[in-house]
Design a protein around this ligand. Sequence first.
Ligand SMILES: [Zn+2]
Length: 323
Amino acid sequence: MTAAVHRLEIPTPFLVGRVNCYLLTGDPLTLVDTGPNSGTALDTLEQGLAAHGVAIEDLELVVLTHQHMDHGGLLEIIGRRSGAEIAAFAPLVPWLAGYTASATADDNFAQALMRQHGVPDEIVTVLGLVATAYRGYGSKSDVSRPLADGDALSMGGRQFTVLHRPGHSPSDLVFFEEQTGLLIGGDHLIGHISSNAIVTRPFGGPVDAPRPRPLMDYVASLKATRAMELSEVLAGHGDPVTDHRALIDERMRLHERRAAKIMAMLSSEPLTAHQLAGRIWGNVAVTQAYLTLSEVLGHIDLLLARARVAEVNDGRVTRFRTT
Ligand SMILES: [Zn+2]
């Protein structure tokens, strides 16, 4: 008999609502993701664990699906209290060890990207303050078990294969149990919302490296997941996904529709990515300037790859035009 996988729904201060952590009660006693670094999240997590007769101190392995703070914010506290092994994507190890500096560098990258793509200075400044205010929901962590694509990982007495599925973030991992077809998927695939492919500062690498293309990565990752035989995907938010192929097909169609819409908008005049976001989402392009910018740039990247659009840079901002 295999141990059960229990879903613990932990509150977050973010728009996305609750985040799912998963408890695997076999040996090693494993928690996948922790929730954000807040008293409310910690309380809820402790109550959720207690319902299965588990205390934080009992945990033997804590696994991080990706770098976002709603998933890994309690890593430091849980690691200290439990002495559990902490497992995360290997390139993320220095990022987590120097969390505050990493988050600052990420925010600086985001601000430069916003300016380059036409987001007004006052919005960039306000969003910078918001990002700083939220930073405390994350935490540093010392990873003792760096993970790589293809690794075998035993969680709760069950055998999983670690797979790297970048796109939503550069560090997204999913965990595949071949015997049952179960996939613990983090935010790679979410049923009720389309997972954003957020433009994220690459780990290390030269500062003048070309802009990351997360939607291109995400589409490749979705194709790889689509090819798998899966019984169920346990998502980082909301209910399990039972028909991953239908959902992936729906997501692919959404990206194609958005790309077509952007093509139509560019047919009359060159526009910045922020102008495009404003035409698609109105005021949301202001309050969520970075997310909407990431979305637009993702679709632009699909069009750039097909040579349907080109970049025009006037030395200050980048605009896009049809070819
Ligand atoms: Zn998430």
